[in-house]
Design a protein around this ligand. Structure first.
Ligand code: PMM
Length: 274
């Protein structure tokens, strides 16, 4: 199941590849707050097989501090404008703020990726007015504190119930092109993350929406391999394994840092399967 508003994925029969372009000084996968370096990196991800570039100006890593709206716009808009001047490829804006989403869409972004699932004041109305695809992600708590002892009775059922409630709220306001995301690492222990990755197919079936999965370079990989301490250097193998499994379980899009390597792995899988 795909979006009505995005072109088909480059890898026939595979998921979309969303390349991560963080323009945050505190991000471990920092493209640099210097926008002249960020846009070429986004274009390189497109050349490596990405279908869409996800531009983010506020880190949502565990413990991250919030960023002021004006500062976030100043980080992302020049990068989006530079990408848009160079390519027709879809661009998404990774933000929780309706004002940033509006500015990003005006600058040429095509999709709103919201880790706060349109719960900010005015977010539902903004998404409806923008008429573009929206990602609704599950998070328990907020980034500053979300990894302080997250708890669920049944993580998969609770995440699905949350996503269904947010879909209902969005559709009631007229949002039509909706993606869902279980929010790997957002208020979850290792066991929660593994259960959700395994439940990718069920999440799609029970929400009726295409599923985006973002497991790339996340901390659960270190929980399984204690040597994988440096997120930027040590977690490629685990990231590819997670993206491959998510795709096999029916993810319609995978959000990744290492586009070329992940595309290659999934190409080999598709060829073996076919
Ligand atoms: N993860 C991060 C940021 N944005 N958006 C979606 N939809 N899903 C995710 O899993 C997600 C996200 C944090 O990871 P990063 O710091 O590597 O961008």
């Amino acid at each position: 199941m795909n979006s009505n508003l995005l072109p088909p994925p480059k890898l026939a029969g595979g998921p979309y590849f969303m390349g991560i372009l963080n323009v945050t000084p505190d991000s471990f996968s920092d493209a640099g707050a210097n926008d002249s370096a960020a846009a070429p990196r986004g274009l390189a991800m497109l050349a490596a097989g990405a279908d869409i570039i996800d531009v983010g100006g506020e880190s949502t890593r565990p413990g991250a501090q919030p960023v002021d709206e004006g500062e976030e716009i100043a980080r992302v808009v020049p990068v989006i404008a530079a990408l848009r001047a160079a390519t027709k490829a879809p661009i998404s804006i990774d933000t929780m703020k309706p004002g940033v989403a509006r500015a990003a869409l005006s600058a040429g972004a095509s999709m709103w990726n919201d880790v706060f699932a349109l719960q900010a004041p005015g977010a539902l109305e903004t998404a409806a007015a923008l008429h573009r695809p929206v990602v609704l992600m599950h998070m328990q708590g907020e980034p500053r504190t979300m990894q302080n002892d997250p708890r669920y009775d049944d993580v998969v059922a609770e995440v699905i119930a949350f996503l269904r409630a947010r879909i209902e709220a969005a559709e009631a306001k007229g949002v039509t092109d909706i993606w869902v995301d279980p929010g790997i690492g957002f208020g979850k222990t290792l066991e929660h993350n593994l259960a959700l990755l395994n439940a990718t197919g069920r999440i799609g079936a029970e929400t009726g929406k295409p599923v985006l999965v973002g497991a790339s370079r996340k901390r659960f990989i270190q929980a399984l391999d204690e040597r994988a301490k440096d997120a930027g250097k040590d977690r490629l193998g685990g990231s590819i394994a997670a993206a491959l499994l998510a795709a096999q379980k029916g993810a319609a899009m995978v959000r990744v840092h290492d586009v070329a390597e992940t595309v290659q792995a999934l190409k080999v899988w598709k060829a073996l399967e076919g």
